[in-house]
Design a protein around this ligand. Structure first.
Ligand SMILES: C[S@@+](CC[C@H](N)C(=O)[O-])C[C@H]1O[C@@H](n2cnc3c(N)ncnc32)[C@H](O)[C@@H]1O
Length: 244
């Protein structure tokens, strides 16, 4: 358990505890979901760390670097949207979004069994099963396994923008919008990949800033699916031997 490692929280501080300086921000962003967000942070800081789903240095950055950094995406997610979080890993940004926004339906799409096992446990423990579903699979091959056609596809730290567009546009069979949390090089990435994004049925990529009032603004790249550009059907990929 995390308590017995050098990454354990300092004495008197519970693993994943909400830092005092983020209390107001977290209360505002999560609203009534804050209690469950606290429990999710604890699960990340204990099981998430011991099972290797987050790096050992993340122990004391769970709130700022993961929960707050993810939940601010809510600013650009439409009311009542159906969301597929591609490459959800330990549930980011999909779980924080679902906790802050009871109006959303969310699929956590993730190929690695170790991660989907954790995600399934988290969804059950947080009582989110009625509107959050874990699907083990990859974009775009798993399009047929999704329970709905998404209005939004979200992704954080999954792949370079052009690859992300090639994986996610086929998931949005009707109109839809990719919302990708990106780093400081997002503007350059948009320029470098513009023609490829267009070829892959993406509209012009837009650069958005969310979470400006948290003190840690986050860059989002927004790409709308163009329905006038055909997408080749995706062939199922064979699972790699030993993938877990
Ligand atoms: C670096 S992790 C990021 C996890 C999480 N989004 C986060 O921000 O902490 C990238 C994740 O993408 C998943 N992944 C890689 N290729 C994928 C694909 N084609 N479709 C869905 N998930 C994929 C990996 O298994 C991994 O869990």
């Amino acid at each position: 358990m995390a308590e017995s490692t050098e990454d354990a929280a300092p004495p008197g501080v519970l693993p994943g505890a909400l830092p005092v300086q983020l209390e107001d921000v977290a209360r505002r962003l999560f609203g009534d979901g804050l209690g469950l967000a606290r429990r999710y942070a604890e699960l990340l800081a204990t099981e998430g760390l011991t099972r290797g789903l987050l790096g050992p240095r993340e122990a004391d950055r769970i709130w700022d670097r993961h929960l707050v950094n993810s939940v601010v995406l809510s600013e650009v997610v439409a009311e009542g949207a159906h969301v597929v979080d591609v490459g959800s890993g330990a549930g980011l940004p999909g779980i924080p979004l679902a906790l802050a926004r009871p109006d959303l339906r969310v699929v956590l799409l993730e190929p690695m069994l170790r991660r989907t096992t954790f995600l399934t446990e988290v969804v059950e423990e947080l009582g989110l099963g009625a509107r959050v579903q874990v699907v083990r699979g990859r974009a775009p091959e798993s399009v047929a396994d999704l329970p709905f056609t998404p209005d939004h596809v979200t992704a954080r730290a999954v792949a370079p923008l052009d690859r992300l567009v090639s994986w996610t546009m086929p998931l949005m069979r009707r109109s839809g919008v990719l919302l990708a949390l990106r780093g400081s090089t997002a503007a350059d990435e948009i320029i470098a990949t513009a023609s490829e994004v267009t070829r892959l049925a993406g509209g012009p990529a837009e650069l958005l800033t969310v979470g400006a009032d948290t003190g840690e603004p986050v860059t989002v790249v927004r790409v709308e699916r163009r329905l006038d550009v055909p997408i080749e059907p995706t062939r199922p990929r064979r699972r790699r031997k030993g993938a877990h």
